[in-house]
Design a protein around this ligand. Structure first.
Ligand code: ADP
Ligand code: MG
Length: 497
């Protein structure tokens, strides 16, 4: 098979630091090529060079043996290279159709924008992807998963020979990932070359043919997926095995600090009770959208449960928790909440790390003790959590996903909470930072904290937690000790509920 696209000896530096260091990569038609490596390894930079966003400092790109070069993504697309970027690039105040046709709107014979045609073509593209969305919906009204999907539809709509998907599934749920994967397989079968960047192991093994691993901008190696196991792939990425990713489990005290009783998520759902003890990390597992998040968010006040009581350290929490004021009140009771979508709901992206951490301290301390002690606490938190940044004054949006998540965790750890409710603790976070976050959570529990965690990654729940509640159809259907649980057990419990 002729190689479709070849990147040869590509290097790229930013300022003094080398982001990509003499990397070569071949993309073959009809294959899905995974690009892996920890955050900062150079994956996005390499792909932005292929997409025409950056020019390489040295090295060449060939298509079917012919040297090609392009100055921008539009020119790259003319050579058949289509990219869905990691950063969501849709304009939220425009409709889906307007985004899809941005800069190349069709016009009617009278010279005005042909909205009818834009909407018709967009509807077709959305339907082709199995998306039940109206082309005239504003992007701001879409969930992040839906936005990500629209971007993917956009990429797929341009009939390119090569598709670059930079972490497309970080924000997608299991059902959406399945839909995406179907389309990737279809593109592959049509002879397209696909580059797929993802931190999710199971996706790599389900849909990729070849894996290239980068580390510190350098090529570690390229191998057929069939010759790898998750463990050996992780070893290529970090030089560490899977079991070493998780800290040892703790020894919970038995003293219940969060007690949820006779809880009904919806009027028609079965009541259930759960509890979490001091020193314990407890998981909410199950298929997508079975009520896990509603349960978590009922405690936070972002969802109104139908019935039940919540007791925090022996004190009843009046339900429903008021909207808006809920999180502040919880924080005063020593409960922290780390939401799934840290960019939209958790962090102030444009503000310095220091502000993002200190904001948690305001809820617990008197007005007078402000600046001086905060600076110390912030510095201590950054050191303790190994947050990699130029200084505490760096804006949070300049950090990698792993460091952003650590800032958000740091906010609550610095505020000395006793209970942490956390959604998707390692979404969009590389393996190295994942391991650090697991250890931070376990250290927090060992120091007398209690954690309730919700995650789509079952392997993570098994490795990290002490106990697992399986949620199905808005109720808890099973409780398992994590140490003995397998992915199969959890799926079984969820499916045979
Ligand atoms: P990955 O996608 O594997 O996480 P990136 O390609 O985004 O890695 O980053 C590789 C390195 O290049 C990192 O150290 C990152 O900080 C740096 N980098 C990426 N883009 C820029 C940029 N526009 N300016 C300066 N440094 C950058
Ligand atoms: Mg990246």
């Amino acid at each position: 098979m002729a190689n479709l696209i070849e990147m040869s000896n590509i290097s790229k530096s930013f300022g003094g630091s080398v982001a990509v260091d003499r990397v070569s990569l071949e993309l073959l038609p009809g294959t899905v090529h995974a690009l892996m490596g920890e955050n900062g390894a150079g994956k996005s930079t390499l792909m932005k060079i292929l997409a025409g966003v950056y020019q390489p400092d040295s090295g060449e790109i060939y298509k079917n043996g012919q040297k090609i070069a392009f100055a921008n993504p539009r020119e790259a697309l003319a050579f058949g290279i289509s990219t869905v970027f990691q950063e969501l690039s849709l304009l939220t105040n425009l409709t889906i159709a307007e985004n899809m046709f941005l800069g190349r709107e069709p016009v009617t014979r009278l010279g005005s924008v042909d909205y009818a045609r834009m909407n018709a073509e967009t509807r077709k593209a959305l339907a082709e992807l199995g998306l039940d969305l109206d082309s005239e919906t504003l992007v701001s009204e879409l969930s992040i998963a839906e936005r990500q999907f629209v971007e993917i539809a956009h990429g797929i709509k341009a009939d390119a020979a090569a598709f670059i998907l930079d972490e497309p599934t970080a924000a997608l749920n299991a059902a959406d990932v399945e839909i995406l994967n179907r389309h990737i397989r279809r593109l592959r079968d049509e002879g397209k070359a696909i580059v797929y960047i993802s931190h999710r192991m199971n996706e790599i093994f389900q849909i990729c043919d070849t894996v290239t691993v980068l580390k510190d901008g350098k090529l570690v190696g390229t191998k057929p997926v069939s010759e790898l196991t998750p463990s050996s792939l992780i070893a290529m990425m970090v030089g560490r095995e899977l079991q070493d990713l998780f800290p040892d489990r703790g020894s919970p005290s038995g003293e219940v600090v969060l007690d949820v009783k006779h809880f009904k998520i919806e009027a028609a759902s079965m009541p259930f009770s759960i509890s979490i003890a001091k020193g314990e990390i407890v998981a909410l597992a199950g298929l997508e959208g079975q009520g896990q998040q509603k349960l978590m968010r009922s405690i936070v006040g972002q969802f109104r449960p139908f019935a039940g009581t919540v007791t925090i350290k022996g004190k009843p929490l009046p339900l429903p928790v008021p909207q808006g004021g809920g999180i502040r009140r919880l924080q005063a009771a020593g409960v922290g909440f780390v939401p799934e979508d840290r960019k939209e709901e958790g962090l102030f992206l444009g503000l310095p790390i220091a502000h993002n951490i200190a904001i948690g301290l305001h809820a617990r301390q008197g007005e007078l003790s402000i600046a001086r002690s905060f600076r110390k606490t912030v510095a201590a938190t950054m050191t303790e959590l190994n947050i990699k940044a130029a200084s505490a004054a760096a804006a949070v949006n300049s950090l990698s996903g792993g460091n952003q998540q650590k800032v958000l965790l740091g906010r609550y750890l610095a505020a000395d909470v006793d209970i942490l409710l956390i959604e998707e603790p390692t979404r969009g976070v590389d393996i190295g930072a994942k391991s650090e976050i697991y250890k931070l959570l376990r250290d927090f529990a060992n120091a007398g904290g209690a954690v309730l965690v919700l995650s789509r990654e079952t392997v993570e729940l098994i490795g990290l937690c002490d106990r697992i509640y399986v949620v199905h159809n808005n109720t808890v259907v099973s409780e398992l000790p994590a140490e003995k649980a397998t992915e199969h057990d959890i799926l079984n419990a969820a499916l045979n509920a």
